[in-house]
Design a protein around this ligand. Structure first.
Ligand code: SF4
Length: 490
C-alpha cells in the first residue's frame, strides 16, 4: 500500500480540493483575468497552479508547483496571450502532488486540448487500465488526465467536436467532476450529473467592438475580482460552451437527484461566494445563531478560530447576547513552509499560526466557535494555549455535525480512523480535546441555514450515506500510482 506524504504543518481541517477557471474574451488580457480568478480561488488548492491560453489555434500551457503569486510574474503572463484561457489551483485528491499532476493537463491524442478539473472520479482505476491497455500513455497519475485523454482521443469533425465528445464521455465518468476544457475554438465547462462540486457561469465586459463575453469558475468570488457578474450556476449534467458565436448550453446527462456538497456551504467555499443565491457569510452566520439556540452555554466571551470560524462566531454572539472579541490572533501571512521548525521551536508549534491574547481571555469563561473538526490536533492545541493564557473555562461550539466518514468526491479528508469523532461520543471528544464542554450543530440546522432541501445535497462525511454509488469501490488517493505504467513522484 502507498504511504501518505508527510502532513503540511498546522493544517487540521478538511483539505480543500481544487479550483477551476475559464474565460473566452478576445481582445482582453485573458492570462491576467485567469491569474486574478485563480488568485481569488487560492484557498481551494495550494500545491500547484497553471494557466493555458489559446492564440491563433496554438495552445500554450504553463503549470508549476506553488501558489499563484509564486508561480506567475509579468513576464510569464505576457507569454500567455490569446483569446481564451483556462486555469487551475490544485490540492491533490487522486494522484500525488508531483509536477506531472499539475493542471491544466495538455493532451493531443487526436485532438488538442487543455483541461482543468475539480472533483474525484470513483472509477478512475478502471478507466486508467482501459486507456493504458489501448496503448494510450498517461504522463501523470491524476484522474483529470484520464478525462483529458478520453476527450482528446475522440475524433470528431467541426469546431464544436468537443461538445459531442463531452456528451459521449460524460456518462462514462463516475464521481464528481466540475471541469473546464479548452480546445482551439472554445472553452467548454461541464459538471457531473449530481453537481457535487460547484461551478458558476458569469459574464464579463468585452473588449471594445466585441460581443458579450463569458467566464466560468468554481466560485463566484473569482468573478468579483475581475469585474465579472454571476449569471447562474452551471447545472448538474450541463455543458456550457464559450465560443466566438456566444454561449451554447446543453443538458447532457441527468441524475435521479442532485448531490451538492453541503460542506461547500459550511467551510470550503469563500464566505463572499454565492451558492444557491445566498452569500455564504450570511449562511454561516445563521449556522452560528442556530448553534447558540441549540447549545447555549453560560460564558463571558465568544471567540472564533480565525478566519473560517468568524461568521459562525458572529452569529453565535448575536443569538446568545454574549460579547465577542479576537482572543486568538492569526498570522495572516502564514503559507506552506518547507522549513522544519527544529526541536526548540517545535514546542511552540501552533503559535506560528495562532497566538492567544491573555489580556482578552484570562479569567474568563470562553466559548470557542469553529466550523468543523477532523483530526482534532489543532483544536486540542488551541484549547491548551487558551488555558495557558489564563482562560477559566473553554467551551467548544462547532457549526457543523461531527465528521465521521471520509469523502470520496474530491476532498482529501483523513481516513476514518484518524477522525476524532469517528468512534467517540461528544463527551469523549470533549475529554480528548480538553474542553469543558462541546456541542455540534445538528444536520437539520445546517439545512435550515443553507435554505435548500436536504435531499439535494451530499452529506456523506457526516452521515456515511454516500449518494454516488458504492464508496468502497472508490479509489484511494494513490490508487493510480500503485498501478501506474510510468510511476510519478508522490
Ligand atoms: S462527503 Fe462531505 S465533503 Fe465530500 S462531497 Fe459529501 S458533503 Fe462534501
Amino acid at each position: 500500500m502507498s504511504e501518505r506524504p508527510k502532513d503540511v504543518p498546522f493544517r487540521d481541517g478538511p483539505r480543500d480540493e481544487c479550483g477551476v477557471f475559464g474565460v473566452y474574451a478576445p481582445g482582453r488580457d485573458v492570462a491576467r483575468l485567469a491569474y486574478f480568478g485563480l488568485y481569488a480561488l487560492q484557498h481551494r488548492g495550494q500545491e500547484s497552479t497553471g494557466i493555458a491560453t489559446c492564440e491563433g489555434g496554438h495552445i500554450t500551457t504553463l503549470r508549476e508547483l506553488g501558489l499563484v503569486s509564486q508561480v506567475f510574474d509579468e513576464e510569464k503572463l505576457r507569454a500567455l496571450s490569446g483569446d481564451m484561457a483556462i486555469g487551475h489551483v490544485r490540492y491533490s485528491t487522486t494522484g500525488g502532488g508531483a509536477w506531472e499532476n499539475a493542471q491544466p493537463v495538455w493532451r493531443d491524442d487526436g485532438r488538442e486540448l487543455a483541461l482543468a478539473h475539480n472533483g474525484n472520479l470513483t472509477n478512475a482505476v478502471e478507466l486508467y487500465k482501459e486507456l493504458t491497455e489501448a496503448g494510450i500513455k498517461l504522463r501523470g497519475t491524476s484522474d483529470s488526465e484520464i478525462i483529458a485523454a478520453l476527450l482528446s482521443k475522440r475524433a470528431g469533425e467541426g469546431n464544436d467536436w468537443i461538445e459531442d465528445a463531452v456528451a459521449e464521455v460524460m456518462p462514462r465518468l463516475q464521481g464528481a467532476f466540475s471541469t473546464v476544457v479548452m480546445t482551439k475554438h472554445a472553452v467548454v465547462a461541464f459538471r457531473d450529473p449530481n453537481g457535487v462540486r460547484p461551478l458558476a457561469l458569469g459574464k464579463i465586459k468585452p473588449a471594445d467592438g466585441q460581443d458579450e463575453c463569458f467566464v466560468v469558475a468554481s466560485e463566484s468570488c473569482a468573478f468579483d475580482i475581475i469585474g465579472a457578474k454571476l449569471i447562474r450556476e452551471v447545472q448538474p449534467g450541463e455543458l456550457v460552451s464559450l465560443t466566438e458565436g456566444g454561449l451554447v448550453m446543453k443538458q447532457v446527462t441527468k441524475a435521479d437527484r442532485p448531490a451538492h456538497c453541503v460542506f461547500e456551504h459550511i467551510y470550503f467555499s469563500r464566505p463572499d461566494t454565492r451558492l444557491e443565491n445566498r452569500v455564504l457569510q450570511q449562511v454561516r452566520g445563521r449556522m452560528g445563531e442556530l448553534l447558540a439556540e441549540e447549545a447555549p452555554v453560560e460564558a463571558d466571551l465568544v471567540i472564533s478560530v480565525p478566519d473560517s470560524g468568524n461568521p459562525a462566531a458572529n452569529g453565535f454572539a448575536r443569538a446568545s447576547g454574549l460579547p465577542k472579541d479576537d482572543g486568538l490572533i492569526k498570522n495572516r501571512y502564514v503559507q506552506r513552509t518547507f522549513i522544519q521548525p527544529g526541536q526548540e521551536l517545535r514546542k511552540h508549534g501552533l503559535r506560528m499560526k495562532f497566538n492567544p491574547l491573555p489580556e482578552i481571555v484570562a479569567g474568563k469563561r470562553i466559548v470557542v466557535v469553529d466550523d468543523s473538526i477532523v483530526r482534532g490536533n489543532t483544536t486540542r492545541q488551541i484549547i491548551s494555549m487558551l488555558r495557558d493564557a489564563g482562560a477559566k473555562e473553554v467551551h467548544l461550539r462547532i457549526s457543523s455535525p461531527p465528521i465521521r466518514h471520509p469523502c470520496h468526491y474530491g476532498v482529501d479528508m483523513s481516513t476514518r480512523e484518524e477522525m476524532i469523532a469517528h468512534d467517540r461520543s461528544e463527551q469523549e471528544v470533549a475529554d480528548e480535546l480538553g474542553a469543558d464542554s462541546l456541542a455540534y450543530l445538528s444536520i437539520e440546522a445546517v439545512y435550515e441555514a443553507v435554505g435548500t432541501p436536504r435531499e439535494r445535497h451530499c452529506e456523506a462525511c457526516f452521515t456515511g450515506d454516500y449518494p454516488l454509488g458504492d464508496p468502497e469501490a472508490a479509489n484511494g488517493k494513490f490508487a493510480l500510482e500503485d498501478i501506474a505504467v510510468v510511476p510519478a513522484a508522490r
